[in-house]
Design a protein around this ligand. Structure first.
Ligand code: ZN
Length: 180
């Protein structure tokens, strides 16, 4: 579990694990003993893009996050924001993080990423332009689809599904260790 909340959002009292009857039976969650507020801890929607570069021979852009300790490359991802559609959100993220313009996008699938308590919406994005990375990203690489490797979680399952749709057999590698 990715529990962050410690205090009630309604009255400010400390939260505690409290068991209560719900529609699905008895369930222990962080709740407020004073006012009854429940911290549901629902997963956060994250958008992810398999960026196929139309003017780079269809190679796929993966980028390395500047905050990561390991030299790993991943899909472009970002949080969905209030007031935007998922399609608008992924178009915005690709533009902000790579400066590429999105020509077309299609949904690959929706996947859980329980380590981060996220639900990941993976798009295949056809994009073009000159890459300029945002400061969040340290470097990028262009991969032939056949050379891509998938993590056995979250975005990796989306990447694997897209590779299969293109006639490739996805190759999986170990998920990097969780950040402390
Ligand atoms: Zn409360």
């Amino acid at each position: 579990m990715n529990e962050e909340a410690r205090f009630c959002l309604q009255c400010g009292q400390p939260l505690a694990p409290i068991t209560q009857e719900e529609d699905g039976g008895a369930k222990t969650r962080l709740r407020c003993a004073a006012c009854g507020w429940t911290h549901w801890n629902n997963p956060t929607p994250v958008l992810a893009a398999i960026v196929e570069c139309a003017d780079q021979g269809g190679r796929v852009l993966l980028a390395r996050n500047a905050a990561w300790q390991h030299r790993m490359f991943a899909l472009i991802t970002g949080f969905m924001e209030a007031g935007e559609t998922p399609q608008d959100g992924i178009t915005r993220e690709v533009k902000e993080e790579t400066a590429l313009d999105v020509l077309a996008l299609d949904l690959v699938g929706v996947y859980d990423f329980q380590r981060m308590n996220q639900v990941i919406v993976v798009y295949h994005v056809l994009a073009q332009g000159e890459v300029h990375l945002s400061p969040e990203l340290a470097e990028y690489k262009l991969f032939e689809p056949a050379d891509l490797r998938c993590w056995p979680a979250g975005t990796g399952y989306g990447l694997a599904a897209w590779l299969r749709s293109r006639g490739h057999v996805p190759q999986f590698i170990d998920l990097p260790p969780a950040r402390p």
